[in-house]
Structure formats: C-alpha cells, structure tokens
Design a protein around this ligand. Structure first.
Ligand code: ADE
Length: 369
C-alpha cells in the first residue's frame, strides 16, 4: 500500500462525509456513549429506517444507562419486541448493569475495555470508541468490508478468519492520522455511509464516488467482484404449530419462551413441533372445536419459518392442561399483550385476528351477517 493512498483515502472520506454523508440520523451529533452504544446495538442486523422509532421510544423510556440498568427485563424486551435477535436485548440490559456496577455508571473509554462488556464485539467497540472518544480504531461491518476490499482490490476469501484479520490490519492502517478529535468520528461514519449509499453490493455508483481515483477494483473494472466470501450462510426451514387458546373475555394464553433458542425470553403462544402434537395436547372436547388458520411464512436472515396457528375457544373457567400451564404461562387480555414483548409474527397474527373480530362485530351491529 502506498503511503500517499493512506492519507488521501481518509481525507477524501472525511471531506465527502461532511457534505454528502448522513448527518442527521437520531444517534448522530452526540458523543454520549449511552446513545451511541444503544444505536450501534440496534443497528446490528437491522436497517436504519427500522431502528428510528425503536431508538426514540427506547430513549424516552430509559434516558440514562442507570435507568436501563434498573429496569425489569420484561420491560426491556417489550421495547425490543419486533426488532428481532432478542439476545441483543438481554445483553443490552446486562451491559447496562455492568456499566453501573463495575464502571461507576460511565462507559469505559477505549475499544479494548468496551469489548469486555456483554454484547459488545470488536466492531461495535470500535464504533463507540471512535465516535465518542475519537480513538484511532477501525470498525469492520459489512458495509465497510465492501468499501475496503474494493478500494484495495483485496481478493482473499473473507470466509477465513485469517483473511478477516488481514483486512482489519489494512482498515487500521487507512485511518486518519491528523486532527483525530474531529476526523475519527467523521471518518467512521463516512466509510459506513459510502458503503450504504454509493459502494453498494450491486450497481455501485462509482461515477460519484469520492475515492474513485484510488479504487483498485474500479481500475480493474470489476468492483462487484469484491468482497470475496465463499461460505454462504446456510438457511434452514422450520415448521411450527402455534396454539391460540382464547377465553370468552378475549384473553389469550401466552407463555414465556425458554431463555435460549428462538424468541428466547419473549411471551408467545404455546409452540408445538406439529399439528398432531398440538391436538394431542388439547382435551378432547376442545380438540373438536379447533379452527386451523392458513400457514404463513416469516422470513429471518438464517431461517424461513412456516407458522400454522390453531384457534381454540376455552370456557371462562377452563384451565390450560398442565404440561403447558408453566409458571410463566397465563391468560392475557389484549390491552396487556399489546405492550408486552411478543415476537413480531405473533403480534401480527393476534392483531390481524383482533381487527377481524372487531369488523365482524361492527357488521353484525349494522345488520349484516
Ligand atoms: N450502522 C452501524 N452504525 C451506524 C451508524 N452510525 N449510522 C448508520 N448506520 C450504521
């Protein structure tokens, strides 16, 4: 790598970020590590536009790390409901507690120390340290990998940890060297912005790219060839049957999922491996009144879930059979489940059905069938 490239790349990114980068996202224009940390955790595996509302609501409810540390785990999960990857919410809560109990309520000020906290990996630690403390340390998320592998025509396979480390060393060597207080936050945001808006995986906009004259992949005429990564994510398919038991007052039976595994720690309709085991679980008189809803697909990054719900009416005093009457299961009225931590597809399912029940009731009230 030539020494001129190093300084020129960082400079071009910093100058471009000022005028063309994203500068009014809700988590920008602050050096408060609590806010930056929260945004970085939410932005892992989640799109910027999805994070907007969650971020604002979360901060309204928990304006400080101390308030988050003191929260009930269920309240944290409820605010996370719909964002997915719920281990992030559990780690978030643990991390806030560690900051309060082990660091006197202040986030540590280096990437190295930040990484010792739950849920903070090397790239997130680097983002917080560079945004808040101007530390000269490189992030390496998906967008940044794409930009750097193209600029450097880095053709080694990122499926290997050894090659990822090589790229990280290159990323660190490309960092700004002057005026770190201003340039580090600007540069960190700039490489992310370049990857998100210009150096996209398909059809990159090289003509308006601020580093086009430095880009070795563009000089070769094949930027889309990078990054090279052979190991494709293996997607799996899962079929689940959901028991939707409802009482005359409209309450539904919800139970807490085990802490590990899918939807860990969230409240959910009881889950069965298939329809047979769901039916076998129900008492005979209830079984004959089950209504099966059409199967629907919920797509996650690593899995396609095919969900089938079976609705059954319980009478006012009927109890849930014991194997599912766990301590964490109970009848929950709509006003309550609306503010609980439910998996997104379960919430959608309950809300759709509730909407239908309301419109059926309105039709009946107006003389329809
Ligand atoms: N993804 C991760 N961090 C981000 C940030 N600060 N802005 C936009 N997208 C991001």
């Amino acid at each position: 790598m030539t020494s001129s490239l190093v300084g020129r790349f960082a400079h071009a990114v910093v100058v471009w970020q000022k005028s063309h980068g994203r500068n009014s996202l809700p988590w920008q224009n602050t050096r408060d590590p609590y806010r930056v940390w929260l945004s970085e955790i939410m932005l892992q595996q989640t799109q910027v536009t999805t994070v907007f509302n969650y971020y604002t609501k979360f901060l309204e409810r928990f304006p400080t790390v101390a308030e988050l540390a003191a929260a009930q785990p269920d309240d944290v999960l409820a605010l996370w409901s719909g964002l997915g990857y719920y281990s992030r919410a559990r780690n978030l809560h643990r991390c806030a507690q560690d900051v309060v109990t082990q660091h006197g309520g202040q986030f540590p000020q280096s990437a190295q120390l930040l990484q010792t906290l739950p849920g903070i990996g090397p790239s997130t630690a680097a983002a917080i340290a560079s945004f808040c403390f101007s530390e000269r340390v490189a992030i390496l998320d998906g967008n940044v990998k794409r930009v750097l592998t193209r600029v450097m025509a880095f053709s080694e396979d990122l499926a290997s940890g050894k090659n990822e480390k090589k790229l990280l060393a290159i990323a660190n060597s490309l960092l700004p060297e002057k005026d770190l207080t201003n340039s580090m936050p600007r540069y960190t945001q700039g490489v992310m912005d370049l990857g998100a808006t210009i150096c996209t995986s398909r059809k990159p906009q090289c003509l308006i790219c601020p580093v086009q004259v430095l880009c070795q992949a563009l000089a070769q005429g094949n930027p889309e060839k990078y990054p090279v990564k052979t190991k494709k994510l293996k997607r799996s398919v899962e079929h689940l049957s959901l028991l939707w038991a409802q009482k005359p007052d409209g309450s539904v039976w919800l139970e807490r999922r085990p802490a590990s595994g899918i939807w860990g720690g969230l409240y959910c309709l009881p889950v069965f491996a298939n329809e047979e085991s769901l039916l076998a679980f129900l008492p005979g008189r209830t079984r004959s009144r089950v209504q099966h809803l059409a199967t629907f697909k919920h797509v996650l990054t690593h899995m396609d879930m095919h969900l089938s719900a079976s609705i059954t009416k319980f009478s006012a005093h009927q109890v849930m059979p014991s194997s599912h009457a766990s301590l964490s299961g109970r009848w929950v009225l709509p006003d309550e489940w609306k503010v609980m931590g439910l998996p997104a597809p379960i919430r959608k399912l309950l809300e759709n059905q509730q909407g239908q029940q309301v419109s059926n009731a309105q039709r009946r009230a107006h003389g329809g069938v």
